[in-house]
Design a protein around this ligand. Structure first.
Ligand code: SF4
Ligand code: SF4
Length: 196
């Protein structure tokens, strides 16, 4: 049985200063404008993680790549799949129905316009009213963290965070590390108790 659990990114609220560098880095990493930097992007910033600021906490929230993903269970056109231990949305299959957005318990999915080469892409059939008459409607699809699965160099948000507040969690590896830490803590407690 393949029991490898999906990885996910988590943030430490004690370290996050709310600078939004992670959101910018994410947006640039998922832009198709080759060689673009934060300052040269022509498309709007469209991140796949979302900084949450409340009086109590400042921290980005992103997809947890759930093992029994509610978004995938809810999608009526099977646009959401588990591929190589990552929950992915196929933009070409997505019809923008927003069901996944409602199903996600973390609010990690947004519906966003598609940009190619820095320009918005139109929907193939629908038109919308404008002052100049009917115009093409923007193509809008579901969008969320894809763990930078096709990016050389790993996760852009983790790499860019100046406070090192973001960490990729690999569940089995992380569990073994915690087991080792617990065993060592137990050993130290025993030694103190025995006066060693
Ligand atoms: S880059 Fe780091 S410190 Fe800045 S908002 Fe994101 S997680 Fe917080
Ligand atoms: S918005 Fe797209 S990905 Fe989400 S449930 Fe609808 S079709 Fe599926």
């Amino acid at each position: 049985m393949d029991n490898k659990l999906n990885a996910f990114v988590t943030a430490d609220p004690a370290k996050c200063i709310g600078c939004r560098v992670c959101e910018l880095a994410c947006s640039v990493a998922h832009s198709d404008q080759s060689g673009a930097t934060v300052g040269t992007l022509t498309a709007p910033v469209i991140p796949r993680l979302y900084l949450v600021k409340t009086p109590e906490v400042t921290v980005p929230v992103q997809c947890r790549h759930c093992e029994d993903a509610p978004c995938a269970n809810a999608c009526p056109v099977a646009a959401i799949t588990q591929t190589h231990h990552t929950i992915l949305i196929d933009a070409d299959t997505c019809i923008g129905c927003k069901t996944c957005m409602l199903a996600c318990p973390f609010g990690a999915i947004d519906l966003v316009p598609v940009y190619r080469g820095g320009k918005p892409v139109s929907q193939s059939a629908l038109k919308v009213e404008s002052q100049a008459g009917l115009r093409d409607k923007e193509w809008i699809v579901a969008n969320k963290c894809d763990l930078c699965h096709d990016r050389d160099g790993g996760l852009a948000c983790v790499e860019a965070c100046p406070e090192k507040a973001l960490t990729v969690i690999y569940p089995p590896k992380d569990q073994k590390r915690r087991n080792r830490e617990a065993a060592l803590n137990l050993l130290h407690s025993m030694k103190s108790f025995m006066g060693g």
